[in-house]
Design a protein around this ligand. Sequence first.
Ligand code: ATP
Length: 532
Amino acid sequence: MTDLGDAWTRVLAGLPPNQRAWLTNSRPVTLHESTAIVAVPDDFTRGQLETRLRPDLERILTESFGRDIRIAVTVDPSLDPELREQQAAQQAAPQQPQQYAQQPPQQQHPQQPAVREPLHTDGAYQPTIQSALTDPANAPQYNQPRPDAAPQHYQQPAPQQQFGQPMGSVAPPPNGSPTQSATEAQGEARLNPKYTFETFVIGSSNRFAHAAAVAVAEAPGKAYNPQLIYGDSGLGKTHLLHAIGHYVRSLYTGARVRYVSSEEFTNDFINAIRDDKASQFQRRYRDVDVLLIDDIQFLEGKIQTQEEFFHTFNTLHNANKQIVISSDRAPKRLEALEDRLRNRFEWGLITDIQPPDLETRIAILRKKAATERLTAPPDVLEFIATKVQTNIRELEGALIRVTAFASLNRQPVDLSLAEIVLKDLIPEGSKPEVTASMIMGQTASYFGLSIDDLCGSSRSRVLVTARQIAMYLCRELTDLSLPKIGQQFGGRDHTTVMHAERKIRQLMSERRSVFNQVTELTNRIKHQAKQQ
Ligand SMILES: Nc1ncnc2c1ncn2[C@@H]1O[C@H](COP(=O)(O)OP(=O)(O)OP(=O)(O)O)[C@@H](O)[C@H]1O
């Protein structure tokens, strides 16, 4: 089998000298499926590879391996010969003050030390991803908090770096009068506090995407730009995007991180045009260090928004600002997206997430139970994980229902109880497709309301609960995103849907009536879906 090192030698031999010169200090890092990762010493070289050399490099690699190979370029400053010389000189003179400029972030992940690549002999940073891929045991581990430990993310506040400063130059600790308060910045970043790397379970289905996400968060704008994560609904793309945001913010003081779904980006853009506030819009998305943009497939067919996003992308990329994108499909399958955008997505690293295997599903349930303080014995977790196989959101929903049912009946969570609850939730045989209109129709008729009531603005108690239950069921039983669900309910904001989801989860374990309503409605909706 061809080895990447050999193939790279062939690449070098096959290029004309003027092109080869760009690769003198490059290094092939690893081959993951059809992506060859290549490290270069600086951003400028990366730009040359991405724009000028890419077609020839990919052609020669494709010929060598006999299958389609694409490259992703990462910056590893230690490949710069001048830097090596400097570092060698420093090593020869140990009495000199240590040179930090090219070191990795010294602070570890607030919860668990991230196991990183052994440092080069010259002390330079190596992307975490390589060792995580070659030996999964090396992937950063963010274990469950020990029951006896204080919440670990509050432990040992790591010294932070100022964003834009070289790695290792430590910013002064926050002194209580920052220009922007932590809460404000958090609000602006719009990150869900629950979606962190600590709460993300790593398995073979997501190891590559996770390792790349950690590498990107540790060296934003440097490791892989853009990073694109794709996979089916409910497999953790949004979770990883938020986790990157949190980790960047914990490593770099003042880093401007912004998470946005593509639907919100589109709506924001339309409103900005309508209100003549284009420059404000542009500032919001271009004056950031890390832009996390979710569900990019939503831009398909939206020509003007794509145009705007294209310019946002270019501005950020040219300024070495990190862009992370999620999509429900591989970029080449985003057929209604302009070529120039798809093309740019391929400049960086594309990682996919697959449905988790049984062990990972069990581990996810275990972690979820621990973080939500839900008690469920191992055989019940295993049973749920066996029953719900594809969507992690559904997996979590099943755990919540089982524990809610037990708490309402003041019964322990055991296998027979889990069997009863899941029998209705997950019918045998093929999975029927549930739509938002089915959910809304069934909910309206169950509560004696109309669809207009569900979409309207009345806040009477019954109506609010019915609306929230319908939103909760849309979240659990369909693949619709938060903004899409909001749209279905009279153009409500995605935060309203998030609130409804949380509220119903809580009420299900507190009020039997709500639990019964949700269960009955689920049965009716699934029954209807099976008939279609
Ligand atoms: N590896 C994981 N470990 C722990 N929880 C996970 C993992 N993957 C997904 N989840 C959880 O599953 C739920 C769904 O994940 P998420 O919303 O990130 O999926 P998604 O791929 O973005 O889906 P969609 O495309 O529908 O938006 C979330 O609650 C998330 O925390």
